[in-house]
Design a protein around this ligand. Sequence first.
Ligand SMILES: [Zn+2]
Length: 336
Amino acid sequence: MAPHLKTKTNPHRRVEFGRRDKEHLVLAVDIGGTKVEAALVSQAGKIVLSGRRPMAAKGGASEGLRAVRATIDGVLGRSRGGEIRAIGVSVPGWVDANTGKVLKAANLPCWRDYPLAQKLQDLCDLPTRIANDANAAAMAEARWGAGRRYKSFFYVSLGTGIGTGVVQDTQGSPHTPSSEGGHVTINYRGPLCPCGKRGCIEMYASGKALARRATHLLAQRGARGSLLRTLARESGVNAELVGRAAAGGDRVAVGILEEACDHLTVWLGNIIDLLEPEAIVFGGGLGRLMLSYAPRIRRRLKTFAIRPNRAEIPIVGARFGSQSALLGAAALWLQE
Ligand SMILES: [Zn+2]
């Protein structure tokens, strides 16, 4: 379904379009629990102009919407030239891309079953699409990043949680059906996840899981004298610290990361047998760190997947870092 993109006169918009510069732009909005970032993005995936404001995630629904609107106005107010065709929004949570509703997002308690796309469409008089942030990031990789060379790939955002994007080429255009791969169970007796299920991969290989495991191990005698413990004294335990200690050769930290990777392998083995992706792309704040364990993952995939090419599937790093969801929000429109 190709929506009609042409904009109508918009009384809310303070943009003056230069006659010579008729480049088509998408207004991308990345909404997080603490901040909103908005940007004008060109057809080539270049951020022309951007701005950010605090997000009001814990108040009422209209307060949250006002924070988004203020961020958008801030960017549009500084815009010079180019025709804005549509709005793409990424949200860290469960969304219904078809109806444009935010169903539930842990970091955005202001919205539940909230028709965000419709609200923005009414406010800005521009067609609006929304997507889960990992789905959006996968789209950015498909369009301009590490996934460009592949017809299909599985995108994993490794951060505080685990997000996923299943990218499939549909008649020459990448398509990302919404997915919640971080909540695929790999152990039915595993720890209870905030989503309500047990043993989700997020409970074993996310930043939160690494920090939890490190805290547990540091409380034991065997961790005495470890570099991880020394580092943790200065700044507290987090996933980044585990990475630093592992880089320094700390055995406790290396053990934590190897264990997380082995859990990832079991999960990826299932994904590979189910979807047969051409490649796997690791993104998110911990993407690079986990990518350094790709040889181990590939070796062990021989045990945890049955497709003949399982150990040869490339595992590559994402191109985009902290702005992947923002660019992905734009990619929701620029794919056409
Ligand atoms: Zn879960």
